[in-house]
Design a protein. Sequence first.
Lengths: 317, 263
Amino acid sequence: MRRAAAARGAVIVVAAALAPLVVWNPYQLHTLIMAGIFAVLALSLNLLLGYTGQLSLGHAAFFGIGAYASALLSVKLEWSPWLGMLAAIVVPGLAGWGIGRLALKLRGAYFVLLTISFAGVISLVSVNWMDLTNGPLGIPGVPALAIALPGLPELSLRTKGAFYYLVLAAVVLAYLVCRRIIASRIGRALVALRENETLAESVGIDGTFYLVLAAAISAAMAGAAGGLYAHYTRFVSPEVFLFTYTVTMVIMVVAGGKGTLAGPVVGAVIFTVLPEALRALTSWQWQMLLYGILLIATLFFMPNGIVPALAARVARR
Amino acid sequence: MSVPSGADQGLDVGDLAMRFGGVAALAGVSFSVRAGGVTSLIGPNGAGKTTAFNIITGFQAPTAGRVAYAGRAITGWRPCRIAALGLVRTFQKTSVFPALSVLENVLTGLHLRGAVGIGAALLRRRRVAEEERRLRGEALGVLEFVGLAARRDESASDLSYGEQRLVELAIGLAARPRLLLLDEPASGMTPAEKAATAALVRRICESGVTVLLVEHDMRMVMGISDRVLVLNHGRLIADGTPAEVQRDPDVIRAYLGTSHAAA
């Protein structure tokens, strides 16, 4: 069964790798790249929301911190963009660790409020700390990533076609990180916290430790997505902290299937492509209305999400 | 971790007091439980039995008093740390991981038997696979022991009430306790299930796990206990063999009640 799952995964990755052969126009490629970036974000949110059961409504903050970390280091200090990407993982990871420590005994609604407040504060800092962030003007001229191997010509990831593969690699990596965590005793500990924290503690599971760990890893993954975004759009402004990004992540995780590994990826692809498809099919007045109706219908008919609903259908056959 | 010998082994509770507002749930209780045997903690409703369990296992902090286990002062420790010392409890109200399968419930209970950290989880796939195989084997062993092996793939929430209580027991056993605190393991069970649970508690004890039992069913308590402690109004009023305790005039008064002694 594990081999079958691996084979299925390989087929999906190969299909995704071949997508640019079909989808060659820049606008559609852009949509796919954004779907990939959101897939990383949804996977990261799912680690907290889907497995530990704690909802972070400040996840855009980690995304934004990652974007700013990499942009600032590569523009102002002229670090290699790859070192910037590393910082885009480490700095938000530390922030997530801090939030997890602050949360200590906070669960449920209190955790939600803490994460919202954190995102609000960070967003204000990005607007008002003019010396560092340029405020609302943002940071233009973020360098593109490039792969330079000794003996080979430098391969720039400036084009959408090339960047797409970097994002695809990031999605696969994020998925594997989640899968390996979930397949170990750490994953069981996270689920135990969601299902019954008191019982989990009684058999020796350190709730605080695992919640902090999940928050740090989740934040680091969201930060990586932010770094990718910064080097893709080559421009970072306080818009990266928009609450809409967080809401979109929640929609992707919940509609795709929270607490499943494939759910966030499926949700990210559908809910990135859907608005664009609706834009092409209808006028702008109808676009968001239809999006809303389709979202409600999805949740109404598949309350556990798309992936669990499809899995149940396959199992019934 | 070295295991201290002699008098240091076992559980020591000293002058434990717990006040909720003006009510004293525990008013200075001291007792010790040495390794081996089944000790029961009984008493009328409101006598402070569950409060004592909660304090011993770290789920509540006492107003005053000390708890020591295996020679270590554990008062105020967090529950997960106390569990790591081998002091594990079950709960009065059924407490399982409802959405998980019976096997996953027990695997979760085996947390402390695993060693994989985040680094190994991410980078050492073979080590994780080996550990998962070993834990699975141990979990199946525990399920055989409590008689739930056939139900292992069912969701815990789909089991009958009595079976869920067995799942809970299995989770506790999976944590490899040296001292297992059972809070009314047979409450709500049918007479047949109660008899099976009583036999199971004896077998747990014979497998080398010391048992401290809170139970209302006197037939079960008197049948399987080596020693009985009686609490009433937050005080220890008797301590002895089942036969001694049943003859004790204070105990008889506490249970049958005089006009003002009802709990």
